[in-house]
Ligand binder design. Structure first.
Ligand code: ATP
Ligand code: MG
Length: 359
């Protein structure tokens, strides 16, 4: 029997739940000439959702992960690689002849992997322009190409002014739908919502939330049934109370609960406690390292939030200090804001509360 929960990598099919409205929304945007901007904290399911919709659309697509791009040449090469995967080399040959900087292309004897390089050039804009116009050229109006930029906020690190260049090229295109994903809320908002930014209101902005309780509850009980009977409902409630429906942490904890239920004979309470402790202990060193890297104000704020207190209602810290610390902690991904501010990782929260009790 295989563990029916999956975390860490992209999920689809039997591991994918909910997101019905979001899928419809993305589909209808892709059926129009518009672009999409999808923002959420880390591991809420952006990449899984988009990959699923794009794959189901049956349209040609190119996925670009900006975390793997360090310079303009990388980005241009990645775009070309994407095009080569979709179209036979013969069809592209004459189009490549028009490139201002001719790419050098090498393939393995079986042709299963392609390496692309460019001769050194000062004209980096030409590289990008040529690569993106190739995408437009090979894309058919009735079957538009979809280009997905994952972790798009990283683009700002590639080169100063690259956002301006990209937008200048993209706004002229007719046959491509762009999807921009990002987990750095403040940077993504700055790129797509700040009036002076080149990408201001370039696409429809969507914010991905956690998975709704009801849906996750049925997802978990349905799977825990294979290793427990009447306790599955109570266990699902416990898991969701701990993870607050965070997609990744819920699957992670459910997976551990399933594992323990299968191999150990423990009471419901002990099972949950044991699963939480095992995961928390695995990350002990990392939590310690993160904790040591925080200043005293940050530590105070996280500690309060971990205990369920509201730091901005406390008189002991100036409001401006509290908010600038919260802002910084959100940028680093340690806090997220749903209805209210919360510690992103429930296991880190657990670790902090435990340290407090022991102190
Ligand atoms: N629709 C879903 N149904 C069930 N679990 C999901 C769903 N979406 C995401 N998850 C869980 O969350 C994890 C992270 O998903 P994914 O990598 O798609 O998120 P992401 O927002 O792209 O993350 P990152 O910011 O790290 O790139 C998955 O491995 C899975 O455990
Ligand atoms: Mg992702």
């Amino acid at each position: 029997m295989e563990n029916p929960f999956k975390f860490g990598t992209l999920v689809d099919n039997e591991y994918f739940t909910d997101r019905v409205m979001e899928q419809q929304h993305i589909c209808s945007m892709l059926d129009s000439p518009n672009h999409i901007v999808l923002i959420s904290p880390r591991r809420f399911g952006k990449s899984s959702l988009v990959k699923r919709v794009v794959r189901q659309s049956g349209r040609p697509f190119i996925s670009l992960n900006m975390q793997q791009v360090t310079c303009v040449e990388d980005l241009a090469a990645m775009i070309l690689k994407g095009v080569f995967k979709l179209h036979p080399w013969e069809k592209l040959k004459h189009l490549l002849a028009n490139f201002r900087v001719i790419p050098t292309i090498s393939t393995t004897p079986l042709g299963d992997s392609v390496e692309i390089g460019f001769q050194p050039t000062a004209n980096l804009s030409a590289l990008l322009e040529d690569a993106l116009s190739l995408v437009e050229r090979v894309s058919e109006p009735s079957n538009r190409m979809i280009v997905v930029f994952d972790e798009f906020q990283e683009i700002m690190e590639v080169e100063k002014g690259i956002d301006r260049k990209l937008r200048a090229i993209m706004q002229e295109q007719q046959n491509v739908n762009y999807i921009f994903l990002g987990s750095e809320e403040s940077m993504m908002t700055d790129i797509f919502e700040r009036k002076k930014s080149p990408f201001y209101h370039f696409g429809m902005l969507m914010r991905l939330k956690k998975i709704p309780y009801e849906d996750f509850y049925f997802y978990i009980t349905g799977r825990l049934n294979s290793v427990m009977l009447s306790e599955a409902c109570q266990m699902a409630e416990g898991i969701l109370a701990f993870t607050k429906c965070h997609p990744y942490y819920t699957q992670q904890l459910a997976s551990m609960v399933w594992e323990l239920a299968r191999y150990k004979n423990l009471s419901t309470e002990k099972l949950m406690e044991s699963a939480i402790n095992q995961i928390t202990e695995t990350h002990d060193l990392n939590f310690e390292r993160i904790w040591m890297s925080l200043n005293n104000t940050d530590k105070r704020i996280i500690r309060m939030l971990s205990k369920g207190e509201k730091p901005y209602e406390q008189k002991s810290l100036p409001t401006s200090t509290t908010y600038s610390s919260i802002k910084k902690l959100m940028k680093k991904g340690f806090l997220i804001k749903e209805e209210t501010y919360e510690v992103e990782d429930p296991f880190f929260k657990q670790w902090i509360n435990k340290q407090n009790q022991e102190a």
